[in-house]
Ligand binder design. Structure first.
Ligand code: NAD
Ligand code: TYD
Length: 349
């Protein structure tokens, strides 16, 4: 198959591209990415010489470019990850989220439908969504495939809009489409504006560790390799027209997770036990901060046999090791624009 993966230079996208190029050598991958601040071709340096991998720099809102990519590569499928993905940035600047997540997804859907017209059989539009479209949970319960949409941030609202467009193109134009909703991912190559790499980077450099509010908000953390394994499985064995929830059964209060990372890193860096925890700072809470996310992934488990891998602490430890060993990567992505973002975002908290 020829597959366009959008957003393949980002965090999850780069793991997915690598997995596909290595595990499905008979497929051809076209990585379409605009290389925003969050996209980094350094994430995929090891694939440059692979014959089944192509990179196209381009913006998914550019319909002429999309048409040209479809005409040139004649893809059988699209796996769509390109997005603005950070809640805090969506609060300070929602426009980019509406542009890429809503208009970009619409442009991609429109191109797929017009290029695949009369030949939809065997084609697939796989849309990678988030659990955040379902809103915020209280202490009990989990999101399922039938949970009502209740997005509460500009990020989740823009992702919800893109999900609705995908479902609409499926029902109206017969586009074979699948949507999956995943919980918070962690792993190597994640941009350090997100909690786990930000905390690792700040501990490393003995900087304050910002925890929003009391740190009691709960997230269900999934290793990124488990997410890409689920996408691979759903792509091959899922049913078009369906949605699938992907989660980890691994709920952590932010403060507990941050303190665990402090403990692991004090050990790894040979620091006094408790040294890093002293740098935790409770800062002004995120506006509209969703209290809890949790995912019931029983459909994916019972229908397709997927489970998350079991050892969270080992994956977290492995992830910390990766950031410690890749200081150059961290320095590269935290220079320039990141410094301005960091100063703007944290200086008044
Ligand atoms: P990321 O921000 O690390 O990467 C996004 C990628 O999209 C970047 O490479 C960027 O250059 C590219 N991009 C942005 N705007 C573009 C545009 N207009 N045209 C082309 N490319 C563009 O994001 P991520 O964390 O890897 O998330 C990938 C997808 O998975 C997103 O759709 C996100 O909503 C979804 N998701 C993420 C998580 C998570 O925990 N990170 C959880 C569930 C779902
Ligand atoms: P984040 O990684 O931004 O993911 P999301 O908002 O999509 O869940 O944040 C994870 C949690 O960590 C969220 O509850 C907000 C919190 N958080 C902090 O407490 N401090 C920080 O500096 C950041 C970036 C996040």
């Amino acid at each position: 198959m020829k597959i366009i993966i959008t957003g393949g230079a980002g965090f999850i996208g780069s793991h997915l591209v690598r997995r596909w190029v290595n595990n499905h050598p008979g497929d051809v991958i076209i990585n379409l990415d605009a290389l925003t601040y969050a996209g980094n071709l350094g994430n995929l340096e090891d694939l440059v010489s692979c014959e089944n991998y192509f990179f196209v720099k381009g913006d998914i809102t550019d319909k002429d470019l999309l048409r040209a990519v479809f005409d040139t590569h004649k893809p059988d499928a699209v796996i769509h990850l390109a997005a603005e993905s950070h809640v805090d940035r969506s609060i300070s600047g929602p426009d980019a989220f509406i542009r890429t997540n809503v208009l970009g997804t619409a442009a991609l859907l429109d191109t797929a439908v017009s290029c695949w017209k009369g030949a939809m059989e065997g084609k697939l539009f796989y849309h990678v969504s988030t659990d955040e479209v379902f809103g915020s949970l209280g202490p009990q319960g989990k999101f399922t495939e039938t949970s009502p949409y209740q997005p509460r941030s500009p990020y989740s609202a823009s992702k919800a809009a893109s999900d609705h467009l995908v479902h609409a193109y499926h029902h109206t134009y017969g586009l074979p489409a699948i949507v999956s909703h995943c919980s918070n991912n962690f792993g190597s190559h994640q941009f350090p504006e997100k909690l786990i790499p930000l905390v690792i980077n700040n501990i490393r450099h003995r900087k304050p560790i910002p925890v929003y509010g009391k740190g009691e908000n709960v997230r269900d953390w999934l290793w990124v390799e488990d997410h890409t394994r689920a996408i691979d499985l759903i792509f091959h064995e899922g049913r078009p027209g369906e949605t699938y929830c992907i989660g980890a059964n691994n709920e952590w209060k932010n403060i507990d997770l941050v303190l665990l990372i402090c403990t692991l890193m004090d050990e790894k860096l040979g620091r006094k036990p408790g040294e890093s925890a002293q740098r935790v700072q409770h800062v002004t809470d995120r506006p509209g901060h969703d209290a809890r996310y949790a995912i019931d992934f029983s459909r994916l488990h019972s229908e397709l046999g997927w489970s998350p891998s079991p050892d969270f602490r080992a994956q977290l430890s492995h992830t910390i090791d990766w950031y410690l060993a890749n200081d150059v990567w961290l320095q590269m992505v935290t220079s320039g624009e990141y410094m301005h973002y960091y100063q703007r975002h944290y200086s008044n908290r």
